[in-house]
Design a protein around this ligand. Structure first.
Ligand code: F6R
Length: 609
């Protein structure tokens, strides 16, 4: 969502800040801006729209400085106008700030600032109250002003501050929004996320909740809430800068779809020993621990939630632990039955999703043990969990999640297998069979990708449809939901997914001649039932594309066309079954000339409620 970049050094700051913001474009934004400190003044440029708009406004010689902060904004409070873009200034224009997050009590603070302090606001944002408070509290000590200001804020924030009268440092503070400091030589950096800094440094400090960081040319000092100096280990970023680029593909999304065989392999490889034993990176649940767990809540949002839906059957099937799957945005408002016998399993690619993080904290507060499946090392969810099992998918840049989803599924298999074996509820033979199926997945995923040409042709035939339905049964329900989400988020075609058995309870009324259905039929145990559903749909003259395992011939006789995935066990079919749906959404969106990697109104990580 929003991105923050800060730079202090001896070079011109504006190019470095733009480059940093470019590294964060993948997060989605609708305006951008920067502030430089130069000769006792703060210079600000901001523009709505893409970074190129801002770039065209910073070329003048007079807009210069060796210290500055930049921001990409995704509108929450107030429309995406230039006035609402960050940085925001104090009333006297001598302090500038950029902010990620939401200030929950901003209306109250705004009223106080207007009525008691006579401040005139220039924007509709919650952020401006921070700038105005800083202006009021600044009496020559910027850190003190930051401390006094944050003591009045409620909500989530990562804020970077520069002051005209304190021209040799950037002061930043965080609570529930990510912040890192990047280490250079004779120059240092600040950012909300690692990709902003990959061009300049791989050595970073992760700033913790409540901490203040003071970044100057030669030094980065971190303080806790009591202003005691904190010693922090340097984290070395091991990703390759290239990994964050498109690597020859037209879009990140296609690159990431094609990276799935490798992501699955990586995620599996480190966890299955040669002896067939599952190792979860040092995560330990003994037999007694597992027997004591009375309930598992899988909690996540969007695509990660769809992965969670598959987790329920796995955990109940292998580990025999009752499992509920919940949307994070619902979980904490419905008084869930959580206690110290509960395992809270949260799934998040970014590890920064506000709703998931808030649900995690609530579960923790009520005594649950927290295990998370995450893709971003060092993210808030990863840090606040008792245990983390990472998906080794590599950075996922496209807003639409693909490789994170399939690797999340792999992690769920591993956790369920581990628990089933440890608890003794899954036989060695059965576990061995499933592990064999998992190990074959990278190759089968690569095989599934070969259906792209067929899918491209289908996309050409159907991209003009106004709505598309997805159905399935059992494990195929989650896949249908995920395929439908992929289609709507990047193609903007109205799409609907439903458990096939539910069709006749209402939705069947929507079927007309030429309505298009994608029918998942990858579950051998439910295959016959799916054939009956297809007959029902065809009887109403709708069009049906089936997705089935190789070798299933009858489906071909009744569908308009079938996309085959390699044959595999029912349990692992969701990993292969989703790939054709990802490809289909991509090619339809491409034909419709959509902004595939950054669809409208969406952001890569949703750090607001
Ligand atoms: C859809 C998509 C979103 C995310 C959701 C949760 O393609 O990416 O639905 O899955 O916003 O995000 P994470 O996994 O980062 O918590």
């Amino acid at each position: 969502m929003c991105g923050i970049v800060g730079y202090i050094g001896n070079e011109s700051a504006k190019e470095i800040i733009i480059e940093g913001l470019r590294g964060l474009e993948y997060r989605g934004y609708d305006s951008a801006g920067m502030a430089l400190v130069h000769r006792g003044r703060i210079l600000v440029r901001k523009e709505s729209g893409k970074l190129a708009n801002l770039e065209s406004k910073i070329t003048k010689k007079e807009f210069t400085g060796n210290l500055g902060i930049g921001h990409t904004r995704w509108a929450t409070h107030g429309s995406p106008t230039r006035e609402n873009a960050h940085p925001h200034l104090s009333a006297d224009g001598r302090i500038a700030i950029v902010h990620n997050g939401i200030i929950e009590n901003y209306l109250e603070l705004k009223a106080w600032l207007i009525e008691k302090q006579g401040i005139q606001f220039r924007s509709e944002t919650d952020t401006e109250v921070i700038a105005q408070l800083l202006g009021i509290y600044y009496e020559g000590d910027l850190i003190e002003a930051v401390q006094k200001t944050v003591s009045r804020l409620r909500g989530a924030y990562a804020v970077a501050v520069v002051a005209a009268d304190d021209p040799d440092r950037i002061v930043a503070v965080r609570k529930d929004a990510p912040l890192i400091a990047g280490i250079g030589e004779g120059r240092n950096f600040l950012a909300s996320d690692i990709p902003a800094l990959l061009k300049y440094t791989r050595d970073v400090y992760l700033i913790e909740n409540g901490e203040i960081v003071v970044v100057s040319r030669d030094d980065i000092k971190i303080f806790d809430e009591e202003m005691t100096r904190v010693k922090r280990d340097v984290m070395k970023v091991t990703w390759d800068a290239d990994a964050a680029e498109k690597g020859g593909y037209e879009h990140f999304m296609m690159k990431e779809i094609c990276e799935q065989p490798d992501g699955i392999r990586e995620t599996l490889q480190r966890r299955i020993g040669e002896d067939g034993q599952i190792k979860l990176d040092g995560i330990r649940f003994g037999k007694k621990d597992l027997e004591a767990i009375t309930r598992i809540y899988i909690v996540a949002c969007g695509t990660a939630y769809h992965a969670g839906l598959q987790g329920k059957a796995l955990l109940e099937g292998y580990a025999k632990i009752p499992t509920e799957v919940d949307l994070a945005s619902e979980f904490r408002y419905r008084n869930p039955l959580v206690d110290e016998k509960t395992l809270f399993l949260c799934i998040s690619q970014s590890g920064e999703t506000h709703d998931t993080l808030a649900a995690l904290r609530e579960a923790k507060r009520q005594g649950a043990r927290v295990l998370s499946i995450c893709n971003v090392v060092g993210s808030s969810i990863a840090r606040e969990s008792d245990d983390v099992l990472y998906t080794w998918a590599g950075p996922e840049i496209a807003v639409a999640s693909t490789k994170a989803y399939t690797t999340q599924l792999v992690c769920l298999y591993l956790i369920a297998l581990y628990m089933g074996r440890t608890k003794g509820t899954l036989s060695e033979e059965e576990a061995g069979r499933i592990i064999g199926e998992l190990m074959a997945l990278p190759e089968k995923a690569a095989e599934t990708l070969k259906a792209e040409e067929q899918i491209k042709k289908l996309a050409e035939r159907y991209y003009i449809k106004e709505q598309i339905f997805y159905i399935g049964r059992g494990a195929d329900v989650g896949t249908a939901l995920e395929g439908s989400l992929k289609l709507k988020e990047i193609s903007y075609i109205n799409s609907f997914a439903i458990a096939a058995g539910e069709l006749k309870h209402g939705t069947i009324a929507l079927i007309r001649k030429d309505t298009l259905f994608f029918v998942m039929a990858t579950q051998d145990a439910l295959y016959e039932k799916m054939l009956s559903n297809i007959e029902e749909i065809k009887a109403r003259k709708a069009q049906v594309i089936g997705i089935a395992k190789k070798g299933n011939k009858r489906i071909k006789q009744i569908c308009d066309e079938v996309i085959y995935i390699p044959s595999c066990a029912d349990e692992v079919a969701p990993i292969l079954g989703v790939i054709p749906l990802q490809l289909l959404a991509y090619h339809i969106a491409k034909l419709l000339k959509r902004d595939i990697d950054q669809p409208r109104n969406l952001a890569k990580s949703v750090t607001v409620e």
